[in-house]
Design a protein around this ligand. Sequence first.
Ligand SMILES: Cc1ncc(COP(=O)(O)O)c(C=O)c1O
Length: 367
Amino acid sequence: MSDFVSNSLVPEYIEKLIPYKAGKPIDEVKRELGLERVYKLASNENPLGPSPRALEALRAAMADLHLYPDSSGYKLRNALAERYRVKQENVILGSGSEGIMSTIVRTFLHGDEEALTSEGTFVGFMVLARAQGIPLVTVPLSNYGYDLEAMAQAITPKTKVVYLANPNNPTGTIFTRPAFEAFLERVPPHVLILLDEAYFEFVGDLYDYPDSQLYRADNVITLRTFSKSYGLGGIRIGYGLAHEKLIHQLMKVKLPFEPSSLAQAAGLGALEDDDFLQRTLELNQRGLERFYQAFDAARIPYVKSYTNFVMLDLGSEEKVDRLTEGLLRDGIIVRPLKGFGLPHCLRVSVGLDHENEAFLEAFLKRF
Ligand SMILES: Cc1ncc(COP(=O)(O)O)c(C=O)c1O
């Protein structure tokens, strides 16, 4: 297709978009570099694999693949409502939490309304907003974390949605209760706060963490996911919790048969899999401590994490690129963070114990 034709078919804001670059798939790296053993520590996936209970539920659900999914997501919404002591009307399901983000953007953002977020945060929301031609205002990070004070100041009459990831990806940081409470007070009621808690389970019982379910503010939508702590990133199942009036509007806009029947079944199975969740959290904690200990000993600057990954500040893009390439040759995929606006930083996901050791050995050798 000539440039003339392709340019004229899409609006300028689509033409300007840069395609999302996900972590490299294991098979591609094996093929390209002729490697037999590759460990992927690049996409914050669950190294234990999927929840066994989710797999069981999936197998049972396959017999009904000829039927369309329950578009109301009754069973899983009900189970989630029970878990969080809310009504079914307070819950929405989506194809991953990103599926719900997409519905939120289409439902609430129009014309010259603006979205506000931080620099150095998850790019999913930014891509969705830009793909809709929505102007995006960003505020710099402060000490690798969200600067909620500066974000409150950046709200204008045009601001419609504020996106906050807590914990944040890729920095792994959280903002605290007092910071969030002060922020909530300054956000006008017509501004929607999209609170992305994709790594919520990894935070554990931490008083300082403002679990959004303790607040239940009318203009906050919480997003959580089965992708990380339940190992279901491939099937695409996430959920949102909010005031029933907000959920009601979103239910009108979401794709009618999103999420798929298999995704709904897997989520339902996973939700009962406390044993798997526990094993996931223990493995993760052990991995984080091992990383910290090794980085401390080698005096490598890292940011303390509340998630299943750690961000390292290597000081320069050149060093990040050299280490990423070197690690790839050793069969270890990590994530350089240029695409997140942090070109001097690298992110490594916590893997199985032997994967973490392999990463540390290769990393420290090349550092
Ligand atoms: C902060 C954050 N939000 C959302 C997602 C996407 O989650 P899901 O798989 O539920 O779409 C990710 C995935 O990396 C993430 O880091």
